[in-house]
Design a protein around this ligand. Structure first.
Ligand SMILES: [Zn+2]
Length: 93
């Protein structure tokens, strides 16, 4: 197996590693909501990538949960309005 003829000096080694710095990341903006995102990544704000919905975001889940809750409450209120024998008037207000 070939081996280096001489030891690489501290100066030479450190000069080589001086070029291995961190480079600034490219930042793009989302097509749908204009939020700043990393390139070639799904937008975390709206869950879209290139105009296609990919991810369910926290806001989506929150909206759906509220929607389901409203539907259940409406159903309960409709049942209470139709049913007269319950006698629970305080909950209807
Ligand atoms: Zn977005």
């Amino acid at each position: 197996m070939p081996t280096p003829k001489r030891k690489v000096s501290r100066s030479r080694r450190d000069k080589r590693s001086a070029n291995k710095g961190l480079k600034p990341k490219a930042i793009a903006s989302c097509q749908t909501c204009q939020a700043p995102i990393a390139t070639h990544k799904i937008c975390a704000e709206c869950g879209y990538y290139k105009g296609v919905k990919i991810l369910r975001t926290k806001a989506d889940r929150k909206y759906q949960r509220a929607h389901t809750r409203d539907a259940v409450q409406a159903k309960v209120q409709a049942r209470e309005a139709s049913g007269t024998g319950s006698g629970d008037t305080s909950a209807a207000s």
